[in-house]
Design a protein around this ligand. Sequence first.
Ligand code: NAD
Length: 359
Amino acid sequence: MKKAIAVIRGDGIGPEIVEQALLVLNKVAEQYGHEFTYTDVDMGGNAIDKWGDPLPQAMLQKCLDSDSVLLGAVGGPKWNDVPGPMRPEKGLLRLRAGMGVYSNNRPAKIWPQLASASPLKQEIVDKGIDFLIVRELIGGIYFGKHETVVEDGEKTAIDELRYSESEIRRIGRIGFETARKRGKKLCSVEKSNVLDSSRLWKKVMHELAAEYPDVELSDMLVDNCAMQIVKAPSQFDVIVTENMFGDILSDEASMITGSIGMIPSSSLGETSCGLYEPIHGSAPDIAGKDIANPIGTILAAAMMLRFSFDMEKEADVIESAVSKVLDEGYRTKDILPADPTGCTLVGCKEMGRLIIENL
Ligand code: NAD
């Protein structure tokens, strides 16, 4: 099968981790007779430096013309003082909106080999952590009007939060469909005791529930959910929530599984062209040192094969190779246990090489 992949290496550790994911994809292509072609796309800080824009229209077009997009991460302290609309992260928001990818899926699953890296108590981890957060990605407060005005002689900042029924319904359906394919339990997270947008969210979710009698729907307030994720994560199967709540909860969920460097995410809309990336940022503190964990990006590439290209077997092979390398005790610095007995510390490139060797 031929597939055209737009590649955004980005900033910080982005180029290092993406390179390893491309090497893995090349090996899989060779083994299974596929042809993957790559088109480099500038986005983020490097695009600001080169083009004066975090995502020039021509770069967005390259993504829209591709079969899917693989992204490292963007941003860094160098661009901290750039004005709002020109910030590196704005490029990412424009990419998501331009691609119409309204559904972000982030698994929170503990790898048994890394159970000791979880900050949670052993008895909580032993009950199992395996859930998925479905986050609305192109609406809500991140996409509302942002302004700072002067009122009564002082600055006042306003961020608008809006959701329409149709925006809620389409992400709600993804939540129900995803739960249907997993443990058939969907938890809808909102703040309906305070926010109108959350009351509408809850109403739409309950309307949808009638179409999915096989899925058990529950409601949870976001503050309680933040507590439950650390207190009793085994209760969750699929969580569906709005953009900002999902952003925060999914970072929390990533930490209880051990390291942010292990977790991939997929973002999809109405077509099979998706955006695949690790959930972490550009980690400027470790950039260029060959110590970043490339596994989140490699697993994001596996998700791309599974969800956008229907290459189930190939995705399985990558995931098993990661598992084997972890079984053999190889660890990047972020997942090295406090007592490293039986483990071998490796860098980013070596971790990539070991995964390829095990494909
Ligand atoms: P971060 O995720 O980049 O880093 C947080 C911590 O996790 C750091 O200590 C870092 O070293 C570590 N870490 C992250 N990824 C790792 C990996 N693969 N291997 C080992 N350790 C890893 O978050 P931050 O420091 O808050 O943000 C840095 C920059 O990234 C900021 O400019 C932020 O805006 C940007 N950012 C970008 C994205 C994206 O591109 N999708 C997402 C989040 C943050």
